[in-house]
Ligand binder design. Structure first.
Ligand code: FAD
Length: 418
């Protein structure tokens, strides 16, 4: 299975045009089903959730409870949890099956090299490295194996997967790992070889492996801190391993376009639209004439969460299309350089944390569902609040938004120092 994700708006729109909600609802759990593969474009801001759903319902009316709307809801739910819990999402939200200390902080070499001998796992890892993407079911299998069979801490798995995904999103990824581990949900997610055989093509099937057992047996393994699974269960022939692609916390060598340190000279006196990795949508049409597009990677946002070369390239290539100035630097360097601009606007993103200067005019990310003010610790609670008394998707406030009223949504701060 080889997928490519071109970092262009044309590719994002083509993926959107290919969405078939009826087939999606019937087949989404199967690896060869109708999952949309929109996630790299959604994560990086090419498309907002309201844009995605509006395009789909323009072709086919949907009920709010339609499976496709529901899955978009998962994304917004995880953003809700991140907003409510902040940095706490990077720790276990509550105890899981075993104490945190029972799990290893690093991942075993045979997993990283796709040579565990368990076909579903090795195929998932190879697919991840080759494409930067995995089907949701494959992510669940991989996470469950890493945590419950190999006894690795969910956070080690989450950082590794995040770094190789083109769609890596700290909320969706880390909270999904917690959901699988059972530290963010009421019970852990376990799976066996029968489940793989039902939803995946033959090369993923894993008879005769540690997974070829009952759910009761799997739960015992998951609850046993001492279970030495690789030695305990005969696995199939080991493939020749492959090397894990390197992950980089700073721009990898040869990245194009070349990045320079933020510098005030380039933006002095100009109105600036700041492009960042989570704001790769088209430049807003309502900016002042001659607004300068500046693309920036903020060092702090990458220092703790390294990316594959493929992801750096995906983002940088789109940045090259959008902006004429390209920077990599610390948040402080960026703030100093931008203070020379006449005005600066950008799109908000939780991934930037508090690394953007409060002086910037941040446009909010378009939400599909109404904001739920009280903290919901389960998706079902959030979903029932977010969709209360709604039947048609047109009841969703995000879809009813008229084009942004500049007076209501834009508060560009004028820099007075220039
Ligand atoms: C361990 C694990 C890690 C994950 N890490 C990420 C991640 O880093 N980034 C990410 O976007 N998703 C993540 N997911 C959620 C989900 O697997 C992906 O969003 C989905 O597989 C993307 O493929 P798609 O666009 O074809 O999805 P589709 O099924 O076509 O769904 C359409 C869109 O809805 C959203 N969506 C669907 N399912 C989910 C879900 N369960 N959680 C959150 N959003 C969802 C995504 O934006 C997706 O693009 C993770 C899931 C697991 C189990």
């Amino acid at each position: 299975m080889t997928l490519t994700f071109a970092p262009t708006m044309a590719a994002a729109q083509a993926a959107l045009a290919a969405v078939r909600p009826g087939f999606y609802a019937r087949s989404r759990n199967s690896l060869d089903g109708a999952a949309t593969r929109l996630s790299p474009y959604i994560t990086h801001g090419f498309l907002t959730l309201p844009e995605v759903l509006a395009a789909v319902v323009a072709r086919e009316p949907l009920d709010v409870q339609h499976r496709f709307v529901f899955e978009l809801g998962w994304r917004e739910y995880f953003q809700h949890v991140w907003q409510q819990r902040g940095e706490a999402i990077f720790e276990s939200l509550h105890p899981g099956l075993l104490p945190d200390a029972a799990y290893s902080d690093s991942l075993p070499a045979d997993l990283l090299n796709a040579s565990t001998g368990v076909p579903v796992i090795d195929t998932a890892v190879r697919t991840l490295y080759a494409t930067g993407h995995l089907h949701n079911h494959a992510r669940m299998w991989l996470a469950s194996y890493v945590v419950h069979i190999r006894k690795c801490h969910w956070r080690a798995g989450a950082e590794w997967l995040y770094g190789h995904l083109l769609d890596g999103d700290l909320a969706s990824n880390h909270l999904s790992w917690q959901w699988v581990a059972g530290t963010g949900s009421s019970k852990p997610y376990l799976f066996n070889a029968d489940n793989v055989a039902r939803f995946a093509p033959a090369e993923w099937h894993s008879p005769g492996t540690v997974l070829d057992t009952s759910y009761d047996a799997l739960e015992q393994i998951a609850r046993d801190a001492q279970a030495d699974v690789p030695a305990q269960a005969p696995r199939r022939r080991r493939d020749d391993g492959i090397d894990e692609p390197e992950r980089f916390a700073t721009p990898p060598p040869g990245l194009a376009p070349a990045l320079s340190a933020p510098n005030a000279q380039a933006v002095r006196g100009r109105d600036v639209w700041l492009v960042h990795p989570w704001a790769l949508g088209d430049v807003p049409a309502d900016l002042a004439p001659n607004t300068l597009c500046v693309a920036a990677f903020i060092a702090q946002t990458h220092a703790e969460h390294a990316w594959s070369v493929a992801r750096w390239n995906f983002v940088a290539t789109r940045m090259a299309e959008l902006a004429s100035v390209h920077w990599f630097g610390s948040a402080a360097e960026l703030a100093t350089a931008l203070s020379a601009a006449r005005s600066v606007q950008t799109l908000a993103s939780a991934h930037l944390g508090d690394h953007l200067s409060p002086q910037l005019g941040c446009r909010p990310v378009a939400r599909l569902f109404p904001a739920v003010a009280t903290r919901c610790d389960s998706f079902s609670r959030w979903w029932s609040r977010a969709t209360r008394q709604m039947r048609k998707v047109s009841d969703l406030p995000g879809l009813n938004l008229t084009p942004a009223d500049p007076a209501a949504t834009l508060q560009p701060q004028r820099n007075t120092s220039s």
